[in-house]
Design a protein around this ligand. Structure first.
Ligand SMILES: Cc1cc2nc3c(=O)[nH]c(=O)nc-3n(C[C@H](O)[C@H](O)[C@H](O)COP(=O)(O)OP(=O)(O)OC[C@H]3O[C@@H](n4cnc5c(N)ncnc54)[C@H](O)[C@@H]3O)c2cc1C
Length: 461
């Protein structure tokens, strides 16, 4: 669509002219997110300052049937913020205040534009832990991580974002402001709209404030590495670790291509001859952490690890976690484009899934490196392409991912464990949910967004 001059003038009247951008450069910048291959320009980019402005913009959009795409940092990996039908990209990063951190109530109240790292730092300053820990935490916003129900490196022990959201302030597409949940740890009055909005990918409401649960910060933490001959061996070791009776805070894996890329990037001295590694860690009192790491290491050796090492100092443990976090940027340096997916399978099927991914990559003649959150069964097969210009290569990559999603479903898994559906995974959602479930999603969407203006072409469309 194209916004007419009078409509743009109305929008400027709501948030102030400097907060409505429609210059070509801005429209190009907000036509994409961290997902390659998807792009579509909005007609305007709007930066509201508070809930009242968000409400006024949404009421205006519903009145005039203008699509609105809420956006935090745009770091999502499923084209969730690409404005497929034009309209307005509503950027929430000006709502960036931490309103409260309460050590007594173990909670924080934040605006949606606060980064996950800033919330974690504010919690840490009070001796508390904000548990969700996505690799993108320095840029990803709390609003975005709630809207995608982001996971991360601590999912196995601490769960994902939905396990830590107590309440939300949200603006419906009609401009109505609602509050769900609140400061209570127990509250079953009514449907759980907090959970419904968590992971709703900006298709039901715009989140303008969140009350989140914090935990006492663990006393200490440490990290170790177990090297294996193959990634499938590392996958099989995951079950052995869990059977050892320890729930590690971190249980991540990297295949040989990822180890090479990370080593080139971060120079940590990772073993070049290993086919796969497991990065494991735990937190808590130091003696307990030492005992747990010992048990995890032993389980890995029993499962065939060729070497197990434990970090000797906090800095070394931090460096190992940083290495895992930099896997995607490290792989990105290997080619013109990296397409990262997050097929997820039940934990005991990880080794099968790894084998299937390798066979699929060979069949379609594409380079796929795999890393991920092994403890959650969450794999990130990542296709490294020379460039998006090579249409045959792109087509082969897309065919490979279609097969990878089918393989995940066949193994009892899902098409996305944490990144979301967005535009990228919408074609595969029916295979995961079935027609009746999809129809119910559409009815829920219509109840929240009768005019269908919020992030159209995504979930619920
Ligand atoms: C290097 C890298 C590492 C990553 N690691 C992880 C990881 O470990 N785990 C993980 O889960 N993800 C990871 N991601 C993906 C991404 O960072 C997450 O999906 C994150 O939650 C997105 O936050 P954002 O602020 O960038 O949201 P955006 O990308 O801006 O938006 C994401 C979705 O949320 C909606 N949205 C944003 N703000 C609001 C709001 N205020 N109200 C309503 N809807 C809103 C948008 O419409 C969109 O649907 C990674 C990405 C990168 C680039």
């Amino acid at each position: 669509m194209t916004l007419s001059v009078p409509l743009l003038a109305e929008l400027r009247g709501i948030v102030g002219a400097p907060r409505v951008h429609d210059a070509d450069g801005d429209l190009v910048a907000y036509s994409r997110d961290a997902t390659p291959l998807f792009t579509h320009a909005p007609d305007a980019v709007v930066f509201p300052a508070d809930t009242a402005e968000v409400a006024a913009v949404l009421a205006w959009a519903t009145r005039h049937r203008v699509p609105v795409v809420p956006r935090g940092a745009g770091s999502n990996l499923c084209a969730a913020t690409v404005p497929l039908r034009g309209g307005v990209v509503l950027v929430l990063t000006r709502l960036d205040r931490i309103l409260e951190v309460s050590a007594d109530e173990l909670l924080a109240r934040v605006q949606p534009g606060v980064t996950a790292a800033a919330l974690a730092d504010a919690a840490a300053a009070r001796g508390l832990l904000w548990a969700p820990d996505p690799g993108s935490r320095t840029v990803a916003t709390v609003g975005g991580t709630i809207a995608t129900c982001a996971g991360g490196l601590r999912g196995l022990k601490y769960g994902v974002t939905r396990n830590h959201v107590l309440g939300l302030e949200a603006v419906l597409p009609t401009g109505e402001v609602i509050r769900t949940g609140g400061r209570l740890w127990k509250d079953v009055a009514g449907y759980d709209l907090t959970r419904l909005l968590t992971g709703s990918e900006g298709t039901l409401a715009v989140l303008t404030e969140a009350t989140v649960a914090l935990l006492p910060a663990p006393e200490s933490g440490n990290t170790g590495v177990a090297y294996f001959r193959t990634l499938a061996d590392a996958g099989a070791a995951v079950a052995a670790v869990i059977r050892a009776g320890v729930l590690p805070a971190t249980l991540e894996f990297l295949d040989r291509a990822c180890i090479d890329a990370v080593e080139d990037f971060a120079h940590l001295g990772l073993r070049a001859d290993a086919g796969g590694l497991l990065l494991f860690g735990d937190d808590g009192p130091p003696d307990l952490v030492a005992r747990h790491l010992d048990r995890i290491g032993t389980a890995c050796v029993d499962a065939g690890a060729i070497e197990v090492t434990t970090a000797r100092a906090v800095a070394q443990a931090e460096a190992l976690l940083a290495a895992r976090r930099c896997t995607l940027p490290a792989l990105s340096r290997r080619g013109g484009v990296t397409i990262l997916e997050d097929a997820t399978v039940p934990r005991p099927r990880i080794a099968d899934m790894v084998d299937r991914i390798e066979a699929i990559a060979a069949r379609h003649d594409v380079r796929i490196a795999t890393f991920g959150h092994a403890g959650d069964g969450n794999l990130h097969p990542t296709c490294v392409l020379d460039s998006t210009e090579d249409t045959d290569e792109v087509r082969r990559a897309e065919a490979a991912f279609a097969d990878i999603f089918a393989a995940a479903l066949d193994l009892g898994g899902t098409i996305t464990g944490e990144h979301g559906v967005g535009a990228a995974k919408l074609p595969f959602l029916g295979a995961r949910l079935g027609a009746d479930h999809l129809a119910l999603l559409r009815r829920i969407k219509a109840a929240f967004d009768p005019a269908g203006i919020l992030n159209p072409g995504k979930l619920g469309s």
